[in-house]
Design a protein around this ligand. Structure first.
Ligand code: FS2
Ligand code: SF4
Length: 545
């Protein structure tokens, strides 16, 4: 195996024996093969599209498959193998339709012709299609940067799709970009161009998901979320998928089973449509990487709707369920929706009924719900505070959390910011500082949480609005600094989206991606002012200058 797609890549270079995330060598290889086959699906899809063959199954396959390969989403070799076989079937069905129409299919790369003859053949192939097959370090770096952006895009496209929202142009870009990564003659300049274009479609897919979420469940509003517990059996729901959230709340209503959110599902509390459920109690615990302790003390059943899974301990593994793109060998998987019917969560609900209530680990409330609609309602207040000097600077500290010790930097940075600064956040990065007593500025909390990582889109909408109000020519003239934390590939698409919107001088930590070669880092530094992080003291000076 060789994997360097996330921030925790071993030695800052890549995992080669087993993932720091817990991914086994066989799983990593199968994920490489799934990406390889997915590129083959896109190669044939491009031809099918030109010849008016329906490609909706291929669109769906591509975003599902890429999502499965995101860091710590799916550790189930059987599920990944089935997806590889499904990809070949989708691809070959398109070929058959083309042949039936009399279309001559040109000679294609092996991605589009390889067939899985046996389990042994799948294993053998999975060992020779990894990232390192691309010899040129810069081309490899750019191909992977693009692929990781697409993985993030795929995750957001899938959540939107689950709510009935699609953007065919996003799918078309995914196919085009995947095909480009199969080319052996592609240049650095072409890949840089595609990477920037990826950011454009990143904005589009986040806007689509924002529309899907807000039209389905209302605009997030300022909300106090309980972090204590009640004395009922319960289900803890993690991940990002709001359709799963809705269906679980409906199916648990009146059963005596409470529902709590974990990590990135916290922002579900901000949506009006979910507030009506009396049994939707609060948020339990912190960011994803603390799940070993927190799932132990939660006592109830746990549902993963997406990443981030930490391989579960035996002591609670039987209480863990997965659905959608997520999977873990030995955990029960809740099947996909069929024929427009909701998923059936009865098995986890019945299990939860037999389990003890959660053990309290903290009490109190956290405040969030500052997505674009809510912030724009407060715009006058915010603009006044900037004009009077009550707010001197906004710090965008969105992104991911992770277990690396160096991430204490973000707690210290937030804690030491002066009283006339406001943190704008989204994603699970917030758990590094959202329980600190940072206070407010004239009623505006000093940490404004827009929601999940995809709600970084909201932060961009707010920035663009402020640019308009202050009649500025450039988004970079605003008193906003970007100190972003990353972990997995959704942060990659968020970063590319911000670059597309013209944001410069983003600081990215706790370490720069292992998949960026020195030359690619130079391109990002020279054109966008991207930089890593320094010490808290240095960075406070830098960002507040
Ligand atoms: Fe956090 Fe994990 Fe949201 Fe990432 S819960 S690192 O998936 O996408 O952010
Ligand atoms: Fe390593 Fe991250 Fe890849 Fe897991 S996803 S194998 S931790 S680089």
């Amino acid at each position: 195996m060789f994997c360097y797609q996330c921030q925790e890549a071993a030695k800052g270079e890549g995992c080669t024996i087993k993932g720091v995330c817990g991914k086994e060598d066989s799983t990593a290889n199968l994920q490489d093969l799934l990406v390889y086959v997915t590129k083959g699906v896109s190669l044939v899809t491009e031809i099918a599209k030109k010849n008016s063959v329906a490609i909706d199954k291929a669109d769906k396959f591509v975003f599902e498959a890429l999502f499965v390969t995101i860091t710590n989403a799916n550790f189930d070799d059987n599920k990944i193998t089935n997806k590889i076989i499904e990809g070949i079937q989708v691809r070959d069905a398109l070929k058959k339709e083309l042949e039936d129409k009399g279309v001559a299919i040109p000679s294609l790369p092996a991605n589009a012709t390889w067939v899985a003859e046996s389990d042994e053949a799948i294993k053998a192939k999975s060992e020779i299609v990894g990232i390192l097959t691309e010899q040129n370090e810069d081309i490899r770096s750019l191909k992977e940067l693009l692929t990781y952006g697409l993985k993030g895009m795929a995750a957001y496209a899938e959540h939107a799709f689950n709510l009935g929202y699609i953007d065919e142009k996003v799918f078309a870009f995914m196919h085009k970009a995947l095909v480009a990564t199969t080319r052996t003659d592609i240049t650095v300049d072409e890949l840089v161009g595609l990477t920037l274009e990826c950011g454009e479609y990143g904005v589009n897919v986040m806007a689509l998901l924002d529309k899907a979420n807000t039209e389905s469940y209302g605009n997030p509003e300022i909300t106090k979320v309980n972090i204590g517990v009640r004395n009922n059996p319960a289900i803890l729901i993690s991940g990002h998928d709001l359709k799963d959230m809705e269906e679980l709340l409906k199916q648990t209503d009146g059963t005596g089973v409470d529902v709590y959110t974990h990590s990135e599902m916290l922002p579900a509390h901000y949506y009006p449509a979910f507030k009506k459920y009396e049994h939707f109690v609060g948020n339990y615990g912190n960011a994803w990487w603390k799940q070993k302790e927190e799932f132990e003390s939660f006592n109830g059943a746990i549902l993963f709707t997406t990443n981030c899974i930490v391989p579960p301990k035996d002591s609670y593994k039987d209480r863990v369920y997965t659905t959608g793109a997520s999977g873990f060998d030995g955990c029960t998987h809740i099947a996909d929706r069929k024929d427009g019917q909701p998923k059936d969560f009865s098995v986890i609900i019945e299990h939860a009924k037999k389990l003890p209530a959660p053990t309290e680990i903290e009490t109190g409330e956290i405040v969030g719900g500052f997505a674009h609609n809510q912030v724009l309602q407060l715009a006058d207040k915010v603009v006044d505070a900037v004009k009077t000097g009550a707010i001197k600077k906004f710090l965008v500290m969105a992104g991911c959390d992770g277990r690396m010790k160096g991430r204490e930097y973000y707690t210290d940075f937030a804690d030491q910011l002066p009283q006339d600064t406001v943190i704008l956040t989204a994603g699970c990065a917030k758990y590094r500082y959202n329980k600190l007593p940072l206070g407010d500025i004239g009623g505006i909390p000093r940490v404004l949480d827009a929601g999940q990582c995809n709600d970084s889109y909201s932060l961009a909408v707010v920035a663009l609005k402020l640019k308009e109000v202050f009649e500025l020519n450039d988004i970079n003239e605003l008193p906003i600094a970007y100190n972003i934390a990353w972990y997995e590939q959704k942060a990659v698409i968020v970063l590319l989206a911000l670059l597309h919107l013209g944001v410069k001088n983003i600081h990215l930590g706790p370490t720069l991606p292992a998949f960026l070669s020195p030359n690619v880092v130079n391109v990002l530094v020279e054109n966008f002012g991207i930089a890593g992080i320094g010490t808290v003291e240095e960075d406070l000076k830098l960002h507040l200058a």
